[in-house]
Design a protein around this ligand. Structure first.
Ligand code: FES
Length: 212
């Protein structure tokens, strides 16, 4: 196993050759998005490569479909797709961190940033959808595993958001109680069903199930 020198948002992140930047980011709890579970759909994992682009594999077909020529020219990669190909120094900046820095240093520039992002996204809608359709047709995605990854990453995002702003959420317990009654098991919820008092509070009549 070859150890790499990867820096994400100015912080060192343990990584190895053969790993994607997205995987390394997740393992190091770096601030890189991961909404679609690394299936190349959401672009939340967009990063700008500041150094060491030559240490990464070539752009994948997914990146060529989803990233605009402007983004590619600016060093943009999708972290879940960009694999570390050889040893060296790689330095990347994630989109949330880029936005955070702009917000504190040059807030008015966020308008231009948002407009540019909108243009890039609009330009790539056609190629992106075509790429996605092709992958679904080839059965490269859409299976149980992809759905599981999606649920896991979405629930992680929900949990993070709930923890971050829990004091701002009205009826938090009630909301969590209602979510707990859904037929789908969400990984961020406790194993047990919500207590009866919670259901009473939100006025839910629980009918006994005919089948177990
Ligand atoms: S995590 Fe969704 S595109 Fe990379």
């Amino acid at each position: 196993m070859t150890i790499m020198n990867l820096i994400i948002n100015d912080k060192p992140a343990a990584s190895v050759v053969g790993q994607t930047i997205g995987k390394a980011a997740r393992l190091n709890h770096s601030h890189v998005g991961y909404i679609c579970g690394g299936h190349g759909i959401c672009q939340a994992c967009y990063v700008t490569v500041q150094e060491g682009a030559d240490c990464l594999d070539a752009l994948t077909d997914v990146e060529k479909a989803f990233l605009s020529p402007r983004q590619i020219a600016a060093g943009g990669r999708m972290a879940c797709q960009a694999t570390i190909a050889k040893e060296g120094n790689v330095k990347v900046l994630s989109r949330p961190e880029e936005i955070r820095r702009l917000l504190f240093s040059h807030p008015t520039a966020l308008f231009a940033y948002g407009a540019q992002l909108g243009q890039d996204t609009a330009r790539q809608i056609g190629p992106g959808i075509a790429n996605l359709a092709g992958r679904i047709q080839r059965r490269e995605m859409g299976g149980k595993e992809a759905l599981g990854d999606l649920m896991e990453s979405a629930s992680g995002a929900v949990r993070l958001a709930a923890e971050s702003v829990s004091h701002l959420l009205p009826f938090r317990d009630q909301i969590m109680g209602v979510i707990g009654t859904l037929p789908v098991k969400l990984p961020f919820l406790p194993e047990k069903a919500p207590p009866a008092q919670v259901l009473e509070k939100v006025n839910i009549n629980v009918q006994p199930s005919s089948k177990v």
